[in-house]
Design a binder for this molecule. Structure first.
Ligand SMILES: C[S@@+](CC[C@H](N)C(=O)[O-])C[C@H]1O[C@@H](n2cnc3c(N)ncnc32)[C@H](O)[C@@H]1O
Length: 310
């Protein structure tokens, strides 16, 4: 696993049992993943092969062009991973990590895989916290429903001096967040709390003092069963279903809790489904809130609503 693609050639020609050529293995894996409906079969095949070889994707491409072979052991490991991906296990579970705003977060069964659209939500929180820091204060930021710790750790890593509190209800997800925070130097500035983000007593000692509240809560309405098997079968139920007729029960609780936590002028940013922007803006109405607006993610879909505590 730890050897580079370059060493692979040497090892194989040096006597290890041969497992076939890398370029052919990549083509075969891509075809199998495409037939299984995996949306990005070539990229997934390359990432799995790179993990098996302990190589970067660039090194993998170079080894493939050079005509490198796999050892039998590497070919077997790759075949096992491809079979699991064919069965639509999330790529990030197989790799054990997910990229997020420059971080590499550890993920696996029991925690929601952080998504690219949440990078936009986290970016809004980072920018708001940087504005507070630029004014000479140490920003206090709360991430409600933190999952792997993605938003909380991004803010801590990108905003020097920020103090962050991250809240997660699910014990399994909380353990993943703990692991991610412990693995990063900025994690020292994140306090992780296990609890219900919608409970009025949660972090009551911080009421009226928080500069930014960010949240990607569960918001899927009942009946809107996710199409992708990776989501439907592998993301935890607690991370998906928002509760109530519209999926907004938890988000409503998050808004209520944020309303108490935020200092006057503090910013709330909440992620939601494309169709929920109007409902969120209605929740974030005057006189309690001002400037409610829904922003698009990188693909142009309206996915995050923010407002300032009046
Ligand atoms: C959609 S996931 C998002 C996780 C993370 N913020 C991210 O963007 O990757 C929602 C998370 O909220 C947690 N959660 C659900 N209900 C909660 C509640 N009432 N209080 C705290 N966390 C909750 C779930 O366990 C899950 O980890």
């Amino acid at each position: 696993m730890a050897e580079s693609a370059g060493t692979t050639t040497t090892t194989t020609t040096g006597g290890a049992a041969r497992g076939g050529d890398l370029a052919g293995a990549l083509r075969a894996a891509t075809a199998r993943l495409a037939a299984a409906g995996v949306p990005s079969p070539r990229a997934d095949a390359e990432l799995l092969a790179a993990a098996v070889l302990g190589a970067s994707r660039g090194e993998l491409a170079a080894a493939s062009l050079r005509g490198s072979d796999l050892t039998a052991e590497q070919a077997g490991e790759l075949a096992r991973l491809v079979a699991r991906r064919e069965a639509r296990e999330p790529l990030q579970h197989l790799l054990g990590r997910a990229p997020f705003r420059g971080l590499e977060l550890a993920v696996g069964p029991g925690v929601f895989v952080p998504r690219p659209e949440t990078e936009t939500t986290a970016g809004t929180a980072v920018e708001a916290a940087l504005q507070v820091a630029a004014a000479g204060r140490s920003p206090l930021v709360v991430d409600l429903c933190t999952g792997s710790g993605a938003i909380a750790l991004s803010v801590a890593a990108e905003v020097p001096g920020a103090r962050v509190v991250a809240v997660e209800l699910d014990p399994a997800a909380h353990a993943w967040a703990r692991r991610n925070l412990d693995a990063h130097p900025a994690g020292e500035r994140v306090r992780l709390v296990q609890g219900d983000a919608t409970a009025p007593e949660l972090l009551a000692e911080l009421d009226g003092t928080v500069d930014v509240v960010a949240s990607n809560p569960p918001y899927v309405p009942p009946g809107a069963v996710p199409r992708e098997p990776e989501v439907r079968d592998h993301d935890p139920a607690l991370a998906l279903w928002g509760g109530g007729d519209d999926g907004l029960e938890v988000p409503r609780g998050v808004v209520a809790r944020a309303s108490a936590l935020l200092a006057p002028g503090g910013l709330l940013v909440v992620e939601h489904a494309e169709v929920q922007g109007a409902a969120l803006r209605a929740l974030l109405a005057p006189p309690q809130w001002s400037g409610a607006a829904t922003a698009d993610d990188a693909t142009g879909r309206p996915r995050a609503t923010s407002a300032r505590r009046a």
